[in-house]
Design a protein around this ligand. Structure first.
Ligand SMILES: [Fe+2]
Length: 447
């Protein structure tokens, strides 16, 4: 057998298959009609780029119809009375337990009126179910557009696409001009109203998380965790083959905190002790989870989650992602690490310092692989020397580590930032070439 010839033929076939796939993706994207457009066209089988043979919804304890038989019950926390001394400590205890054990919880009786939540869902439905030609003018991947409608922020890079169309918009600190919003009755008003309330809820949750971590109530807000809010509304049309794809593929969230509103359809699942557990849709419920970048030195962890789709009905969700301020993306980006107030001699930092830009670029370069990304930033004891945080202005030391742990590097290993050359970046970290070729906008992605 001519091994070289066989290898060359295999390589040619692989390249052809990838080229065909990219052509299919581009044709889908160019239609500007999204997944809903495929459904409206009457497809009976879903395109192969929505299928990952290694990751399908059906498992031994999941019948693909949102009726899995998990041993666990998802934590639900009633935050009524959060400002009463007596009930607050009990609520904080529940938040602490849920954050430690699940990384997720659902709150009820919070600041957001149910009427606002319901209207937000209905306006998202109305936007997505209007005529495709009307929606097309908003379909874009142009980062300069503040209001973006598109299908799959990582369409061309993920191993498989998710069954969803999304609208994304950064609503804080500087919301877009209302003129940029679609001409759907009430869409702009409810988006601003919803954003106002979701920020209130976010502040309350940050207070609870701060106290659950043993910090003062304003700690997380004070270090800038609530500065930016991206609102992402997802519409998952009915799917002819729900057993083959997902509405949202397995992932951890990229930001600091996510507040999720889901409709009453269900389908949202969280991985807990190797079990996919359904998050029950509750009237008035908001699902909370910590993003990976809230680096609590493993006290609270970002946890894998996903969303199923259904054959007969659409599913709608609205996610608010609280993230660092956009100024953290540029050259003067603040340095983040395990939250300083949690670091002691007994509990040294488990992760190295980084910037949101570095983390975000890495996250997006690996988007869709179904794995947490923070482990790539784990400290490598005896190999990495602490950056010299004293050379940075105080404002740039947001979550910096305990200065007492800074190890003075040998002279030949010193860099301008005090980090030893060995190794600069963790194993499997994208090379500088890969990094520079990935041009993702700050807005527009929605894990
Ligand atoms: Fe998520």
């Amino acid at each position: 057998m001519n091994v070289t010839k066989t290898c060359n033929e295999f390589e040619a076939k692989t390249k052809k298959a990838e080229s065909d796939r990219q052509s299919e993706l581009k044709a889908f994207d160019d239609s500007k009609a999204g997944v809903k457009g495929l459904v409206d066209a009457g497809i009976k089988k879903i395109p192969s780029f929505f299928v990952d043979e290694n990751d399908k919804p059906i498992s031994s304890d999941d019948d693909g119809n949102n009726n899995n038989n998990s041993r666990f019950s998802f934590p639900i926390i009633d935050v009524k009375g959060v400002n009463d001394v007596a009930s607050r400590s009990e609520i904080i205890g529940k938040v602490k337990t849920a954050s430690e054990e699940w990384g997720f919880f659902q709150i009820i009786n919070h600041e957001m009126p149910v009427s606002v939540m319901n209207e937000m869902i209905e306006r998202v439905r109305e936007f997505n179910e209007q005529d495709a030609d009307v929606k097309k003018k908003y379909y874009t991947r142009d980062p300069s557009r503040r209001f973006q409608f598109k299908s799959n922020f990582n369409l061309y890079t993920a191993p498989a696409a998710a069954w969803r169309d999304s609208v994304t918009c950064v609503m804080a600190p500087n919301p877009p001009d209302p003129q940029e919003f679609p001409d759907v009755l009430g869409y702009v008003d409810i988006t601003f109203e919803y954003s106002k309330y979701v920020m209130k809820v976010g502040h309350t949750v940050y207070e609870l998380l701060s106290e659950a971590l043993g910090l003062n109530p304003s700690y997380l807000k004070d270090i800038g965790c609530a500065e930016t809010m991206l609102l992402a509304s997802h519409y998952h049309p009915p799917c002819p083959e729900p057993e083959l794809t997902f509405g949202n593929r397995t992932h951890v969230d990229i930001g600091l905190l996510t507040i999720l509103l889901q409709d009453q359809t269900g389908g949202f699942q969280v991985l807990h002790q190797n079990d996919w557990v359904n998050v029950p849709p509750l009237v008035g419920g908001l699902v909370i989870n910590v993003g990976e970048f809230l680096i609590t030195n493993d006290k609270f962890k970002g946890v894998l989650h996903r969303a199923l789709v259904f054959k007969e009905v659409p599913r709608i969700s609205v996610a608010a992602f609280l993230k660092p301020h956009s100024k953290d993306i540029g050259d003067n980006a603040r340095v983040y690490g395990p939250i300083k107030g949690l670091i002691t001699e007994e509990e040294p930092p488990l992760y190295r310092d980084t910037t949101y830009k570095e983390y975000e670029t890495f996250y997006l370069s690996k988007s869709g692989d179904g794995k947490p990304k923070l482990p790539y930033f784990r400290e490598q004891t005896n190999l990495v020397v602490q950056p010299n945080i004293h050379k940075l202005p105080p404002a740039l030391r947001m979550g910096s580590q305990n200065p007492s742990r800074v190890v003075k590097p040998p002279l030949e290993q010193t860099t301008p930032y005090g980090r030893a050359e060995l190794p600069k970046r963790p194993i499997d970290k994208p090379s500088s070439t890969e990094e520079s070729s990935v041009k993702y906008p700050f807005i527009g992605y929605s894990p």
